[in-house]
Design a binder for this molecule. Structure first.
Ligand code: PLP
Length: 364
């Protein structure tokens, strides 16, 4: 039987989706070939593409004045493309840095914009997010970039943290790679939302970009057509051969999420999973420790440490034997990290919490 997979990405996929792919792999939808083998411009694949977009729009209540793109290149590529498409050469762009990925976003954009760090949690080890009132936003910024959930540091913008700042005409650009579709999203608060699929939306290889259409009219910077979001939007994300198999698979995940009850249901499950795991950590008398400020603790990625780091290897080995996979912390932080994306059932987190309690009894 399949183990509970706590990987941060590529992450677990819903088992019913994998079973459907298995059943359809050789001959799909009456075409006597695999969906991986047919033209992306065939009527059969066009139906997949159209349905996937419609389902994602329904799932996230995406308003009509936003385009939805299915691209290759991952989230990192979007961090460069955002600058190329929405900033004039040398224009300032504001970055709110709440962890590792916020720093990467600057690295990818800094050849195209003057990146202003409007706020950063780095001095505090990225254990908290600077309050919106403290953000030093520029007057003429092309956009304000933020990372909704920091996958490595385990900090997430939560309602307890407060409301997002009003940025006026300056669009908020948000990297939602590791939290999209885990709760309702007010898309209208953002100019751009982008997310690599490999955590909550499907397999690695396809990236979703949701962009307000008026922004597509910005001149941006000299760039090849293939780096132009407007061209992708005009071509229905088929400017070149899209990652069609991944797009199909993500489409199946969207249908699964809708059938399970949509993002409201995943918000409920995510809250329950996070509650269980943080309770297991906080109730351990310091045997386990999570260092993130309570108001911004991520519901998706939970990094934690053992009081005695020498026990970490034994913890990981024991967890693996118990069918709890991929709990090793990211190399930047070490320790343990459990990722609780939509495909992780509540029972998986219960099993982890039970294992943690048992391990503590044996080693505490
Ligand atoms: N942004 C966040 C929040 C991530 O978690 C990741 C990858 O883990 C990335 C960006 C980079 O994504 P990709 O590898 O798809 O370029």
């Amino acid at each position: 039987s399949r183990a509970y997979n706590f990987a941060a990405g590529p992450a677990a996929l819903p088992e019913p989706v994998l079973r459907q792919v298995q059943a359809e792999l050789l001959e799909w939808d009456g075409v006597r070939a695999s969906v991986a083998e047919i033209s992306h411009r065939s009527p059969e694949f066009m139906r997949v593409a159209t349905e996937a977009e419609a389902d994602l729009r329904r799932l996230l209540s995406i308003p009509g004045d936003y385009a939805v793109l299915f691209l290759s290149g991952g989230a990192t590529t979007q961090q460069a493309l955002v600058a190329l498409n929405f900033a004039a050469p040398g224009q300032v762009a504001d970055y709110v840095v709440s962890g590792h990925w916020g720093k990467v976003a600057i690295k990818q954009a800094k050849d195209y914009v003057r990146a202003n760090v409007a706020a950063s949690g780095e001095a505090g080890g990225f254990r908290d997010i600077p309050q919106a009132a403290e953000w030093k936003l520029s007057k003429d910024a092309a956009y304000v970039h933020m990372t909704a959930n920091e996958t490595i540091h385990g900090v997430e913008f939560r309602p307890e943290w407060g409301a997002l700042p009003e940025t006026g005409d300056v669009p908020l650009v948000a990297d939602f790679s590791s939290s999209i579709a885990s709760e309702p999203l007010d898309v209208s608060r953002y100019g751009v939302v982008y997310a690599g699929a490999q955590k909550n939306l499907g397999p690695v290889g396809v990236t979703v970009v949701i962009v307000r259409r008026d922004l597509l009219e910005r001149a941006g910077q000299p760039r090849a057509d293939i780096f132009n979001y407007a061209s992708h939007a005009n071509a229905g994300s088929m400017l070149n051969t899209p990652p069609s198999f991944n797009w199909y698979l993500a489409g199946l995940v969207f249908k699964w999420m809708l059938a399970e009850g949509g993002v409201e249901e995943f918000a409920r499950r995510s809250a329950e999973k996070a509650r269980l795991l943080y309770a297991a950590i906080d109730g351990s008398d310091g045997f386990y420790r999570n260092e993130v400020a309570p108001g911004v603790r991520s519901r998706m990625n939970v990094p934690f440490f053992l009081r005695d780091d020498a026990l970490t290897a034994a913890f990981l080995a024991g967890a693996k034997d118990a069918g709890l996979l991929a709990l090793k912390g990211h190399r930047v932080l070490g320790g343990i990290r459990a990722s609780l994306y939509n495909a992780m059932p509540v029972d998986g987190v219960r099993a982890l919490a039970d294992f943690m309690q048992d391990f503590r009894k044996r080693h505490g």
